[in-house]
Design a protein around this ligand. Structure first.
Ligand code: AMP
Length: 285
């Protein structure tokens, strides 16, 4: 595996395989790899001839300076894990390369980004995501790009970005990888105190409670939420949100009559965690 730092280097490395018609896959990440990242890399390795993993902690998408400073960084460990996963290129540009002096463009998506994460992290968060993903897709020009269902709203936003801007890339969504106790893997989990790590398991339990309520025939979204909220309050978690939304638009559903996405976000100590579960009304798991 080679680590490349500049747009010129990654373009040069991919020129020949592209000319030969090889399928290029990109896994955009912010590093601090865990099994969630590795599952994306594994899928890319299975499906593509050339696998590029980008590693860039994007300052533009952090609304809180402390969150950016505290974000875990260990490029040496990440490089070893990516190499082990069969990645061909680790593309780790500097902030100066991604945002050179005079950088003045923002890619912004309306409406889809207003609620949930957009409402709680501020409009700049998704603008930061869509701008950097646009740049990474332009830099690497992959045939396929891999994202995790763990960041459900981000996935919906990126699908819309690619569709609205006619980008010639296929977006692949990969399932959420969890710890044995159900907590969705996240680079931020390492920052939880032992006590908060134990409380954090309530997030997934709350989503499973929604699923169970619906499986038991509940069709009123407010009622389906009630037990889930109780699951959270039993460990003194007051969520930023716990909503039942449309998986396509992320808008709250008024009635349960199709597939629904249960989404939750909560702050535990200084760490903010998110999770979601897709619930099929016809009883499929
Ligand atoms: P991040 O480095 O947190 O920006 O994540 C990079 C990619 O990995 C994103 O597409 C995430 O949605 C995905 N990802 C993060 N955590 C998980 C997980 N637990 N399971 C599956 N994918 C994940």
């Amino acid at each position: 595996m080679r680590t490349l730092r500049t747009v010129g280097q990654i373009r040069a490395a991919l020129a020949e395989p592209r000319r030969m018609g090889r399928v290029i896959g990109l896994v955009p990440t912010m590093g601090a790899f865990h099994d969630g990242h590795l599952s994306l890399m594994g899928k890319a390795r299975e499906e593509c001839d050339v696998v590029v993993v980008s590693l860039f902690v994007n300052p533009a998408q952090f609304s809180e300076p402390d969150d950016l400073t505290a974000y875990p960084r260990d490029e040496g460990r990440d490089a070893a894990m990516a190499a082990e996963a069969g990645v061909d290129y680790l593309f780790a540009p500097s902030a100066e390369d991604v945002y050179p002096p005079g950088f003045a463009t923002t890619v912004s998506i309306a409406s889809l980004t207003d609620a949930l994460e957009g409402a709680h992290r501020g409009a700049a968060h998704f603008d930061g995501v869509t701008t950097v993903v646009t740049k990474l897709l332009n830099m690497v020009a992959p045939d396929v790009a891999y994202f995790g269902q763990k960041d459900a709203q981000q996935a919906v936003v990126i699908r819309r970005l690619v569709r609205d801007l006619d980008m010639a890339v296929r977006i692949e969504l990969c399932p959420t990888i969890r710890e044995p106790d159900g907590l969705a893997m996240s680079s931020r989990n390492a920052r939880l105190s032992a006590e908060d790590r134990a409380r954090a398991t309530a997030l997934h339990r709350s989503l499973l409670a929604v699923r169970e309520n619906i499986a038991n025939g509940e069709r009123d979204p407010a009622a389906a939420r009630a037990r889930a909220l109780a699951e959270l309050s039993s460990v003194a978690i007051e969520p930023d949100y716990l909503e039942l939304v449309s998986p396509e638009t992320m808008a709250p559903v008024q009635q349960l009559d199709g597939d629904v996405l249960a989404v939750v976000a909560a702050r535990l100590g200084a760490t903010r965690l998110i999770d979601n579960e897709l619930i099929h009304l016809n009883g499929r798991p």
